[in-house]
Design a protein around this ligand. Structure first.
Ligand SMILES: *Cc1c(COP(=O)(O)O)cnc(C)c1O
Length: 321
């Protein structure tokens, strides 16, 4: 057993607008910028030995928090990271920043394969990596996009146990956990181990897509002992109004405003891609629950390096308005 371990993250009580709630600060976890839910998902790789492994192979977006987290993992383990992307946006190529820049500095090799995917008749980056890359390499460990696999369960179970201990020690009545989802891996495995309700919302695709993601990782919906997390949808759609659609990675002035208010009132920097929608849905939910006594815990899932490019984009948007 290797001694590399993540440790625990603190929980803080905050007041935001009329809401009082707890924040689980997974953004303060770990070291070398290896934190948040990517660190939790990769914890298994961090604290196990992999004799003979010299390379890590994965794919996804050049802006992703996973790219940077994998680069740190590879460095800590003495592996080379080969990360495959479909393309790199022109402005990012010219002016590397955030996750991409830090991953390169940490030693990641980023391969752009969009044109090869077509040339070799693969459907997408994942398919190309599986068909063309993996059969050719030896001593490599493969991690699917976003760490969407059962290995994530290890670190997320430890996070669930931290929450369970805290709730018991502090004697918190009626706790609920809220976290925004991408692949849904974090929410699903947390709900598997938590004895209270996990609330989430779909930031990538809609609620149906997220449910599909849950079912691909686990077919436990039929087992009432292990329900799926509750997916919060827009308050508008529950009262029959057409809800505003928020597309992943797009800029919304109301998201930026909320992010800024959060920073001012809680002194905590949240993340700009997932957190604004997470807070929006959570506040709608709490409003809908009226006077019910709920002790909400919001999971801060890190990812703050990605804010650099998001802030640049918001600044540019403001100038052009
Ligand atoms: C990756 C990420 C998510 C999404 O996590 P999933 O397990 O894919 O649902 C949410 N928030 C932040 C900050 C992330 O970096």
């Amino acid at each position: 057993m290797n001694v590399l371990s993540l440790g625990h993250s603190p929980i803080e009580k905050v007041q935001f607008k009329e809401y009082e709630l707890y924040i689980k600060r997974d953004d303060l976890l770990g070291y070398h910028g290896f934190n948040g839910n990517k660190a939790r998902k990769l914890h298994f790789y961090l604290c196990n030995d992999f004799p003979g492994i010299t390379r890590l192979i994965s794919y996804g977006s050049a802006q992703s928090n996973m790219l940077f987290s994998l680069s740190v993992l590879a460095k800590l383990k003495g592996w080379q990271l080969d990360f495959y992307v479909d393309h790199i946006a022109e402005n990012l190529k010219e002016n590397p920043c955030g996750n991409y820049a830090e991953a390169l500095k940490t030693g990641a090799k980023v391969h752009v394969i969009g044109s090869l995917v077509k040339k070799y008749g693969a459907f997408n980056t994942e398919n190309y990596v599986q068909k063309r890359v993996l059969p050719e390499v030896e001593n490599a460990l493969y991690i699917p996009e976003g760490g969407r696999n059962e290995k994530s369960e290890f670190g997320l179970k430890l996070l669930a146990n931290e929450l369970i201990s805290w709730v018991a020690e502090e004697k918190i009545p009626n706790p609920k956990l809220m976290l925004p989802s991408g692949t849904g891996t974090t929410a699903l495995y947390l709900q598997k181990y938590l004895p209270f309700e996990v609330l989430t919302c779909a930031c990538v695709g809609g609620a149906e897509y997220l449910k599909q993601q849950f079912s691909e990782l686990s077919d436990n919906e039929t087992n009432s002992l292990q329900p799926y997390p509750t997916i919060l949808i827009s308050a508008d759609s529950s009262i029959g109004r057409n809800p505003k659609k928020h597309h992943f990675g797009k800029l919304y002035p109301e998201f930026f405003e909320l992010w800024q208010e959060l920073l001012e009132q809680t002194n905590i920097t949240f993340e700009l891609l997932y957190d604004p929608l997470g807070w929006l849905r959570m506040m709608e939910y709490l409003k809908g629950q009226g006077g019910k006594e709920i002790n909400m815990i919001y999971l801060h899932q890190g990812g703050l390096l990605g804010n650099e490019s998001m802030l640049q984009r918001y600044q540019k948007m403001k100038k052009n308005r």
